[in-house]
Ligand binder design. Sequence first.
Ligand SMILES: Cc1cc2nc3c(=O)[nH]c(=O)nc-3n(C[C@H](O)[C@H](O)[C@H](O)COP(=O)(O)OP(=O)(O)OC[C@H]3O[C@@H](n4cnc5c(N)ncnc54)[C@H](O)[C@@H]3O)c2cc1C
Length: 469
Amino acid sequence: MTRSQGGSPQPPDRTAVVVGGGLAGITAALELADAGLRVTLAEARPRLGGLAFSFRRGDLTVDNGQHVFLRCCTAYQWFLDRIAARDLVTLQDRLDVPVVDAATGRTGRLSRAGLPVPLHLAASLARYPHLSLRERASVGRAALALRGLDLADPALDAVDFGSWLAGRGQSARTIEALWDLVGVATLNATAANSSLGLAAMVFKTGLLTDPGAADIGWASAPLGDLHDGRGRKALDAAGVRTLLRTRTSGIARSEDGGWQVSLETGPGRGEQLAADVVVLAVPQREAHALLPEGAVQHPEKLLQIGTAPILNVHVIYDRQVLRQPFLAALGSPVQWVFDRTESSGLTGGGQYVAVSQSAVEDEIDLPVAELRDRYLPELERVLPAARGAAVRDVFVTRERTATFAPTPGVGALRPGPVTRAPGLFLAGAWTATGWPATMESAVRSGLHASREALSALGLPADNRVLEAA
Ligand SMILES: Cc1cc2nc3c(=O)[nH]c(=O)nc-3n(C[C@H](O)[C@H](O)[C@H](O)COP(=O)(O)OP(=O)(O)OC[C@H]3O[C@@H](n4cnc5c(N)ncnc54)[C@H](O)[C@@H]3O)c2cc1C
């Protein structure tokens, strides 16, 4: 799938090494290979997909954590098309989120109508039972204020979203029942701990641009089938040499002005790869450790980017307890609950639900027994059908560094794709994409890095995806 420019042959001998086989690295590798480079992708783990992966547990295939995307995640959807995995996701025709208040048992819905922005959400908000009339009216005013914010204004990054909302008349209840309901899941932080710049980006893009922007999508197969299985197929077809279980231990300038990448391919075994360009698509701490001296101006900034955890509590019931693909909860520690029955391969009746808990710094290290005691009774409050159901299994997946923490000031710490070392580029959801740590940010970062790498080699890059985004 080499892009040919007006029929002229591509230079055959340009080489690239991409370090890290998460979504950022896969994207960069595909783009560089599509442009005609000889690409090696080195991933430390035995699989691709980075933070969005699956593993086997008995007969089940379990995702390390529930992942969703929105219709406005155009780069991630391009990626799904590029790896031929569109058939493995479901995307709502129209945003529709059931929201249960565990305290009252009432269910409201955040949904959209077929009207232009912002009227598309007005009817649902007007009927939203978890806020008073006055609170609902205040949401409209805050949304208008959000709409007026200039996302390019760096001053937004220094302000916390919670204070900004409070200053726009949002009560604690409105923040909990609306802004945090969406924001905690997308930013992995409460409004009080989120940069206004990132929060405004999420809410403006998702709710105040295109009417369909916030329609929710999710994998209908295990994440590993998409990012590892189909990702690997696409890389193979593009001619990328993919090395798994291969940790990169060093990146240094070679005498000819290119790069020398040191790989650990097994115990006591190594390989040196020469490359014209290197894309470092690993998390910020690993990037800090691998960056050659002087490659970024303030390397210490990478270590100042905080991280935030996500916890999933997986519960197998002996019967159906959740009748929709997912729901969100209020008045309970439970945040979001997803039906994982089909995608996990559970057979023999029963239902598998995953409770997805973002920004749970105080719970991430709790023992399973404690989490079980906390969440099973809460699930019975949120899902009445769970009250008479028998629990067949409970297990927990923890990602302590699931995302970077979107705290105020983080924008100034995130580097762009271009380093001061010619031919060395950075990618990863944590780099300066303007997005919070999401699959969308990861794919965008891979597109940015590969575009810059191609341009440094004097090769044309396909900008269409980024321009459309
Ligand atoms: C539980 C959970 C839930 C999430 N939910 C959502 C969601 O709903 N929606 C959403 O959009 N996003 C979600 N995210 C975030 C999303 O998964 C990440 O932002 C995205 O996958 C990051 O991709 P990446 O390529 O930037 O980094 P990573 O996935 O971290 O990939 C980096 C890769 O580099 C490899 N590596 C590191 N060091 C080396 C080395 N020295 N040599 C070789 N390889 C190395 C790692 O093994 C890893 O595979 C969630 C994350 C988690 C953990």
